[in-house]
Design a protein around this ligand. Structure first.
Ligand SMILES: [Fe+2]
Length: 694
């Protein structure tokens, strides 16, 4: 007799993921990027699916249903077993596979997870969704200019915002807006893929400032450094309930930052653009919400889609519209598509009943047992012995200089960070056929190696990827954009083999560097109060872009300069990037203006005047913070840590940022955590109940 019902949801967009429901509850879910270590990785879903199946101890044959969604659904024309690579649904697997359209999947991610009984409304806004002919949720929804979208051009119109009502266990489409396919220009801050799209403009501005259209969060962090009044033109025309983009304003922008130096040299220019784009996004989002809420007006809004990650705009929804209750699905971007697919399968395809969630945890990763962690610790070898590092780097260049022969030639301009252990940080800059290497800081190389075209090409073998693999990926490209644009794979072992030079540093173990501490919470709180910066790894990982106390870097927010220290020495990211606070739920109104639950760090709030100078490392330039309120129900150890820190220090706020550095995905496994710990200036790693030092 079959014991459980399993529904697998899978998202095949960028930011791919898989989610497994067991009898209607998520038992495991994972974003693909956590497994491949490539930010925003997506499309083929086999790896994420296998992670879920293995975690639950089942096979694809045990599934009752698979529900999938891809942003370009037409690719399913190749069949379910093939989506940019082989998938587990081969002909001998008898599981039914259902395909749903993009905004509908976003919508069901909120229906499945939101804490309201109903009725409530659902709003989806993102850069681009499914094409008109792929949408299975149009029904009787109002579609502006519907008569234009017909027959043989229906596949050229894409979802940009969708509005639904939910009551009596039914989700009904009310309003769906479509725009024609746009075009892509990497230097142009306009709609990518879909015209007149709010998300598209924001992505375009991110591309313009940071050379990466996926850096929307960074753009939001940059915006407060800009000034009002520098730009007066409207970016969005708001008419008849719809958003249109003023492309005349966008065409005036003709100075995309083509390098980080250019961005830094003209910081104010880019900050002013970020400011204006942010303000315009807020105006457009509020306009849509006011207009759509007037169509039903339940007062309860569930919200998802990439634009829903804009924590600053989200705060205004509560203060500037009729929305009384707001639920934002924390994996609001395309990473949440698998969650929506899974709930669609359970609620619609299988016709089961919806459960309102009391304990709204968003942590669905595998929990690692004490035995597993102990095994990882005892077998871990510190492969990055500094004594050997310089030799290795030198050898790397010696190999190039000694004429290691490439088989392809290309042109590239890229910065590669090599980042090993505390003080052994290197940067390689490849530009115009010249390669520069610096030990330490950023962008002012003190060691330059001249390369000819052939030598340069040793690190440019494949234009699709750029990663230098050396001792398990310890040399990494500095950011995703460069990964995307200039990708090359160079296997240092290959170079080693061909050149006859050994690059591998010697190994040493860390057996004397960790302790099992049942009182790890008290000890961690003490370390934090002493000014230490600790990596905090507990239980199953968060699903979504924010670290919420499972894979976090924590510090005392009162320490002067701690923000700059973590940015420069641990996260290796720009100094304007803010850090968020985690605070005991019951104390939130002590430090922040609103006594509001905000468990997912997806709403900003203002820091109270009297606290700004005391906890300045978590106060952004405009006096706001992206607050995380912590409760004991699904984050018990993190809650106890905040309590313990409060007993020692008198405050119940910690600086909380994700356990990774710039360009790196958040760590997933104990091994990932150890690797990262030994490659940066973190003082301690608290790995479950083990405390690791250096
Ligand atoms: Fe989306």
């Amino acid at each position: 007799m079959k014991k459980h019902s399993y529904v697998l949801g899978t998202g095949l967009s960028h930011d791919g993921s898989a989610c497994l429901l067991k009898d209607g509850e998520i038992c495991v879910a994972i974003e693909k990027e956590r497994l491949t270590k490539i930010k925003h990785d997506g499309f083929n879903d086999t790896m994420a699916i296998n992670y879920c199946l293995e975690a639950e101890g089942i096979t694809v044959h045990d599934l009752d249903l698979v529900v999938q969604s891809a942003i370009w659904g037409g690719d399913f024309g190749n069949g379910n077993s093939f989506f940019r690579g082989n998938r587990p649904f081969t002909d001998d697997v008898q599981v039914p596979v259902v395909t749903i359209s993009h905004h509908l999947a976003h919508a069901y991610s909120t229906v499945g997870r939101c804490p309201y009984e109903g009725p409530f409304d659902v709003l989806i806004i993102d850069g681009s969704g499914a094409s008109f002919d792929e949408c299975i949720d149009i029904g009787n929804a109002f579609v502006p200019e519907r008569e234009k979208i017909h027959g043989d051009i229906a596949h050229l119109y894409y979802e940009k915002d969708s509005y639904y009502t939910y009551s009596d266990e039914k989700l009904i489409s009310v309003y769906k807006d479509f725009s024609p396919l746009g075009y892509y220009n990497k230097n142009y801050p306009a709609g990518l893929y879909t015209m007149d799209s709010i998300g598209g403009v924001y992505q375009g501005a991110s591309q313009y400032c940071f050379r990466n259209h996926m850096d929307a969060g960074k753009l939001m962090g940059l915006a407060p450094y800009g000034c009002p009044g520098v730009y007066k033109d409207e970016i969005f025309f708001l008419q008849s309930g719809r958003v249109h983009v003023n492309y005349d304003w966008i065409r005036k922008l003709n100075k995309p930052a083509v390098s980080h130096e250019m961005f830094k040299a003209d910081f104010k220019y880019y900050a002013d653009i970020a400011y204006h784009v942010q303000k315009e996004l807020e105006r457009a989002v509020l306009y849509i919400i006011r207009g759509r809420m007037a169509l039903s007006g339940s007062g309860r809004l569930c919200y998802a889609g990439g634009v829903a990650l804009n924590a600053v705009a989200n705060n205004l929804i509560l203060s500037h519209t009729e929305v009384e209750k707001l639920y934002i699905q924390p994996a609001a971007g395309d990473n949440g598509i698998s969650i929506g697919c899974a709930y669609y399968g359970w609620l619609v395809t299988l016709g089961e009943h919806r459960k309102v969630r009391e304990n709204n945890s968003t942590c669905f990763g595998i929990s690692y047992s004490k035995n597993v962690i102990e095994k990882v610790l005892t077998s871990f070898e510190n492969r990055y012995n500094e004594d050997n590092l310089s030799t290795s780097i030198d050898n790397f260049f010696r190999a190039i200089e000694s004429g290691y022969k490439p088989d392809r030639i290309g042109a590239v301009s890229v910065v590669i960070e090599i980042d090993i252990k505390d003080y052994c940080r290197y940067q390689i800059i490849i530009a115009d056929g010249r390669l520069e290497c610096k030990r330490g800081g950023l962008f002012t190389p003190d060691c330059i190696v001249e390369l000819d075209a052939l030598q340069l090409a040793t690190i440019i073998q494949d234009p699709d990827y750029i990663t230098i693999l050396w001792e398990a990926n310890r040399i990494k490209i500095s950011d995703y954009q460069q990964l995307e644009l200039f990708g090359t794979i160079v296997d240092i072992h290959e170079i080693s083999k061909d050149s006859g030079i050994n690059f591998g540093p010697q190994k040493k173990n860390i057996l004397d560097k960790f302790v099992y501490a049942p009182d790890f919470i008290e000890r961690s709180a003490t370390l934090l109060a002493e000014g230490k910066v600790i990596a905090w790894f507990q239980s199953g990982s968060e699903f979504g872009p924010r670290a919420l106390g499972r894979r976090s870097i924590l510090a005392d927010p009162r320490i002067a300069g701690i923000k700059d220290y973590i940015n420069a020495e641990i996260k290796l990211r720009e100094d304007f990037r803010p850090f968020a606070p985690a605070v005991l739920r019951e104390d939130v109104s002590t430090y922040f203006q609103t006594d509001r639950e905000s468990p997912y760090m997806i709403l900003v709030d203002y820091v109270k005047d009297e606290w700004r100078s005391k906890i300045e490392s978590i106060v952004h330039r405009n006096d706001t913070s992206r607050v995380q309120t912590v409760t004991p129900d699904w984050n018990p150890d993190f809650y106890k840590l905040l309590e313990a820190f409060k007993r020692i220090s008198g405050i119940s706020v910690l600086l909380n940022t994700s356990l990774n550095r710039r360009g790196m995905t958040i760590v997933e496994t104990p091994q990932d955590a150890l690797d990262f710990f030994y490659s940066c200036k973190l003082d301690y790693l608290v790995l479950d109940k083990f405390i690791v030092s250096k």
